[in-house]
Design a protein around this ligand. Structure first.
Ligand code: 6AU
Length: 445
């Protein structure tokens, strides 16, 4: 491998893929060494060898489902790898906006597919991170980047801070050594470049997923909604990020589950309309357990009608949800008026109440995509009744909102009615503050 890398380094030098002199990089750093791997397209044999070498890193990662080259220089490399390895490739568009009508990723993929990023040169790491961010938003898993050259200017660290391992064929140091050994460059060039590398490091890129790095106790103080604030406090004090979905049809079974799981959860989620024996006594017992074990109750009612109707559905009828549920879930389909309607249903209630707005659903083929999801987040921002967002990916940055993500199980999969499950690790990487655990709590499912 070493001899091959050295030989390839010489070939790359001879086609002017490395230049020595005075240059300015994309991130504005002055540099005595410049890598221009765009010339590769004029040298197909060298390009093919480079692609083959790069793909040797995949031997350690047999589960690669997709590859994606960072546009543009790495695109032909990724194409060659894809053809040679028979691993499908994705293209990230440079021009489309993340939430535009145009697709930002071209190619077919499944949620949770492992996607390896292919890149030519890493300086600050920003290009790899931009690509990884978009791939992750689309539901792909990104944990590896295969890179031709690591310039050793903090790029690798910046990328690895985001949980992506960087494997590079060359570091600048290694490359200089190969070129010196083969008399392609002088010791003076090696010294100039080495001095430069020691002096100029690209800035450390702050983590973009700021929301997820901030302790719950601080986020509690950022929440406009009192129930959201209480949820964050509970998450901190109970060291739990679990919302339990009690989708059982007998009141006693729900109560038993609440008593059993109560010490370990922060939110207990009900669907009272599936109970065959609902009674006021059930609510009384559930409220007692909520007090005993210190959890909140969410009725997953998914309100979706005009303001007047939801106001009545919330306050009246046989369930009188507004009287006992700390939180309810609400579809965004009706627009802002649904929140006003629910507020109306609280006229006789003095305790704090919160809403979770559904922005993305977990079911296969859900219509809650792109603009819909963003529209839901926009509506959510406008009211202090909103405690958080129910969604599948990291689509908001408001520190005071809780991201609640359903569809969680120890292994990925689906049920026979369209529910799609991801692993706890996956949903946390997708921005979940709270994971909804329902049938996935049973190991035989
Ligand atoms: O884990 P499960 O499939 O047993 O249960 C998931 C629970 C169910 C659903 O009604 C609910 O989460 N849910 C929601 C919520 C919480 O609003 C939204 C969604 O997109 N998917 C989903 O499953 O009680």
């Amino acid at each position: 491998m070493d001899a091959e890398l050295k030989e390839l380094a010489v070939s790359l030098f001879e086609i002017d893929a490395f230049k020595f002199g005075e240059f300015v990089t994309k991130v504005g750093l002055k540099t005595p060494i410049y890598f221009d791997l765009r010339v590769l397209v004029s040298h197909p044999k060298i390009m093919a060898r480079l692609a083959k070498m790069l793909w040797t890193f995949a031997e350690e990662y047999p589960d690669v489902a997709q590859i994606c080259g960072v546009p543009y220089t790495a695109l032909p490399l990724a194409t060659l790898i894809s053809i040679d390895s028979n691993v499908p490739m994705l293209i990230k568009r440079k021009e489309a906006k993340a939430y535009g009508t145009k697709k930002i990723i071209e190619g077919n993929f499944k949620q949770g597919d492992n996607c390896v990023i292919i890149e030519d040169v890493v300086t600050s790491g920003s290009s790899v991170l931009e690509t990884a961010h978009i791939l992750r938003k689309e539901g792909l898993k990104v944990t590896e980047a295969f890179v031709v050259i690591d310039r050793e200017q903090n790029g690798k660290q910046n990328i690895e801070n985001y949980g992506i391992r960087v494997k590079s064929l060359y570091t600048t140091t290694r490359l200089l050594a190969y070129l010196l050994e083969t008399n392609k460059i002088t010791p003076k060039i090696v010294k100039d470049v080495t001095d430069y590398l020691l002096k100029f490091q690209a800035p450390i890129i702050p983590l973009q997923d700021k929301r997820l790095k901030i302790p719950f106790r601080i986020r509690a103080s950022k929440a406009k909604n009192a129930i959201a604030s209480k949820l964050f406090d509970l998450m901190e004090s109970k060291q739990s990020t679990i919302c339990l979905a009690a989708d059982l049809t007998k009141a006693d079974a729900v109560i038993e589950l609440a008593d059993l799981t109560g010490p370990h959860i922060v939110l207990f989620k009900t669907h009272v309309d599936i109970l065959e024996d609902f009674s006021n006594d059930f609510i009384k017992r559930l409220k007692e357990l909520a007090k005993k074990h210190n959890f909140l109750i969410m009725e997953d009612r998914k309100f979706a009608d005009i303001g007047n109707t939801v106001s009545l559905q919330y306050e009246k009828g046989m369930y009188k949800i507004a009287e006992w549920a700390d939180i309810v879930t609400v579809h965004a389909i009706a627009g802002q008026s649904i929140i006003d309607g629910l507020k109306n249903g609280l006229q006789k209630i003095s305790e704090p109440r919160g809403l979770f707005i559904l922005a993305e659903m977990s079911s296969k083929g859900a219509l809650t995509i792109d603009e819909y999801a963003l529209g839901a987040v926009t509506i959510a921002q406008s009211s202090d009744m909103v405690a958080g967002i129910v969604c599948q990916s990291n689509i908001f940055s408001n520190l005071g909102f809780v991201q609640l993500t359903p569809g969680v199980k120890l292994s990925q999969g689906s049920d026979n009615t369209g529910q799609q499950y991801n692993t706890p690790e996956f949903v946390v990487n997708s921005g979940a503050d709270l994971a909804v655990i329902g049938r996935g709590r049973c190991t035989n499912l």
